[in-house]
Write a protein that binds this ligand. Structure first.
Ligand code: FES
Length: 160
């Protein structure tokens, strides 16, 4: 099944005049693919490479370099907790432990009901408001055990 539909290709084609090279369109294209599919499969990488006339190795390089790109399916809510220095010093490890206990998974895993994927990530560039995490496209900063619980209760409610 092809991932690159006409909606995606039209958007990328509209950007083309504003980008200096085909390679420069790769990240916007990968965002489009992930926005549609939730992750970027090897087949989708091949489609992206063909569409932009790039070697597959170039697409692989980019997809595997940035943690924002998922190389395997994720749950409906992808919780990415920063555990880099500033967040670590302000309790990120405890937050990860709380989430692992609550969700019954380890970091890097998805719950059996496919609702949540828990990941540890490097700096989310919100060090001044550490500890922080990203859930899908939204940032949640200055987290505490209490605010995390409130947030997770809210997410659970959204699934009811
Ligand atoms: S160390 Fe966590 S956002 Fe920078």
């Amino acid at each position: 099944m092809t991932v690159l539909d006409s909606t995606i290709t039209q958007r990328i084609d509209a950007m083309r005049p504003h980008f200096p090279t085909e390679q420069a369109l790769l990240i916007p294209l990968l965002h489009e693919i992930q926005g549609k599919a939730g992750w970027i499969s090897r087949d989708a990488m091949q489609e992206a490479a063909s569409y932009l006339h790039l070697p597959l190795s170039k697409v692989l390089e980019v997809v595997t370099f940035y943690t924002m790109f998922n190389t395997k399916p994720v749950g409906k809510k992808h919780i990415q907790v920063c555990t880099n220095v500033a967040c670590f010093l302000r309790g990120a490890d405890q937050l990860v432990a709380s989430l692992e206990k609550r969700l019954g998974v380890h970091a890097g895993e998805t719950t059996a009901d496919q609702r949540y994927t828990l990941s540890e990530v490097e700096c989310l560039a919100a060090c001044g408001t550490a500890p922080c995490m990203q859930v899908n496209d939204d940032y949640h900063e200055n987290l505490t055990e209490e605010s995390l619980k409130t947030l997770m209760d809210k997410f659970d409610q959204e699934f009811q």
